[in-house]
Design a protein around this ligand. Sequence first.
Ligand code: ATP
Ligand code: CA
Ligand code: CA
Length: 427
Amino acid sequence: KGDGMQVIGEGHVNYVLMYNMLSGIRTCVSRCGAKISRPLTDDDFKARHKFSFDIYGNELTPSAKYDFKFKDYAPWVFRELRENYFCIDPADYLVSLTGEYKLNELLSPGKSGSFFYFSKDLRFIIKTIHHTEHKFLLRILKEYYTHVKQNPHTLISRFYGLHRVKLPHGRKIHFVVMNNIFPADKVYEKFDLKGSEVGREYPEEKAALALDPTLKDLNWIKRGRSLELGPEKGALFEEQLRRDTELLKSVNVMDYSLLVGIYKVEQDARDTHLNRRGTMYKFSPPQIKRKPTTTSKGSSPEAAAMRKAVRTSAPERVDASGSGSRISEEDASSAAQADLFHEDEGGLRARDDYGQPLERIYYLGVIDILTPYNTRKKLEHLWKGLQHDSHKISPVPAVEYGNRFFDFIRRNIRGVGKVESSNAEAP
Ligand code: ATP
Ligand code: CA
Ligand code: CA
């Protein structure tokens, strides 16, 4: 036990749950994906598809090892998000998550009681969420979707699916599938930043011993960290974060954080060595190897077979105007745009105030965005406010939370507006 991860294999206490989650995802994503793409309607945001699994199987579901029910929420909306905005190849998605029924469980997640499961190749994360978070995501789905559509570079968590498993005795487990902000093959100094100081410290003595700690605001300050993004990317990042925070304020949410991973480029060799020895992650590296192919999309034999099973071939996809070419242009442009903060090894290269690259890469994302400022939080605010300065504690109303969050991060961005932009153009 400790930090790091553990593979869930047969016999693990959560094996049945994992099996059910993956079987459900596989079935519902394949079914939706097999249909011809069409423009979204308002009803798609409220849609729910139910599946019932048992050992026999039926026309909707294949046979499964266990009895359970599965519910897929707003499948068309998430499909659209995955394929058109987050540029996830449908076959890759299923292969990564369900190619083999194996997930890695994060051993020391947050305080909320959520479980985190990483796909075998670590690209995707399944997070179990509370029923209130689930209801909240459904309530803001339209705003979320619109925001992603209008902000292809958004830093907010990418949600790929929202599902529910119901076990025979009636227990319901809600979960989301989202992106892992950190590519698998590196070691990071990680921070979870809220812009709050109260209770926002991971004890440094503990951090020195921990395998993969996520540090907090006070560690960030004490270690003298800043976001060295250079004038150009710094300004873009600040603007994107401002827009993202505006959305979160407008839907009355709080408690989210900016997750920051700092990867030191010169440590490359040592880090690889660490990973190989399994010091960093307690499981083997991804085994799904991509063969070089003529297409840019993943085409391992596994993926190819999966693609065939999953959906009709690409040319059959049509958009509202009935022209196949418009869609592929859109796909191409959103793919190019998706790279703004992920250009350098999937992250953002650190730059000095003149825009010159430094030996670090940042991986950034806004996570844990499903806590509305509700009654429970209001009470917590009152109670904590009796003990501390009521503006410095973390549960404050959403607008105040957002402003404090954004101000904190903005103060920590270096390089913006410090140098003439001509210097920033240097390669
Ligand atoms: P709490 O409500 O107590 O903060 P939580 O259970 O809601 O906890 P999160 O804040 O979502 O959990 O995440 C806990 C930790 O898991 C993060 O600090 C981070 O280390 C890791 N984590 C969460 N989401 C991601 C992600 N998308 N990519 C990479 N790591 C993540
Ligand atoms: Ca959190
Ligand atoms: Ca949370």
